[in-house]
Write a protein that binds this ligand. Structure first.
Ligand code: ZN
Length: 152
């Protein structure tokens, strides 16, 4: 196994090839866009924070490398039903994995990014969708049409 095999684990390849929650959910009323110029990744996250303070709907658009696309896909599957604080905590978990390169005992899909630790230039590919989602959570609610008309 080369380092590169580790980098592109099955979980990452699966999400990169078949991204979950791609597109803008019809109920979304908050959005943010981020980019990672060093790799050419860009990411827009659309979401709706429910009345219960939890993510009720989330989706993403954008393009980039397999790591950024897989990270966006996994982020959306983890974000649904979470409060902003819980999403921030999950992002902290990912950052720990990226910083240490270690796979935690309680395996979840975020562990797939442990291999990215060996490629510091790619860490931003993995964190971009999370930064963008947390930024979207900070935006005020907007009427759906305004979000629709927003161009970056
Ligand atoms: Zn990238």
């Amino acid at each position: 196994m080369s380092d590169f095999d580790d980098l592109y684990r099955d979980v990452i390849l699966d999400h990169a090839k078949r991204p979950r929650n791609r597109g803008r959910p019809p109920t979304a009323n908050r959005a943010a866009t981020g980019d990672n110029p060093t790799c050419g990744d860009n990411c827009t996250v659309h979401l709706r924070l429910g009345d219960d303070g939890r993510v009720a709907a989330i989706g993403f658009e954008g393009s980039g490398c397999a790591i950024s696309q897989a990270s966006a896909s996994i982020m959306t599957t983890q974000a649904k039903g979470k409060s902003p604080a819980e999403l921030e905590a999950a992002f902290g978990h990912l950052k720990d994995i990226l910083a240490s390169g270690k796979t935690p005992a309680d395996f979840d899909e975020l562990s797939a990014f442990a291999g990215v630790h060996a490629f510091p230039a790619r860490v931003k590919c993995a964190t971009l969708p999370w930064h963008t989602a947390l930024e979207a959570l900070k935006q005020p609610d907007q009427p759906a049409q305004m979000v629709e008309g927003q161009k970056s």
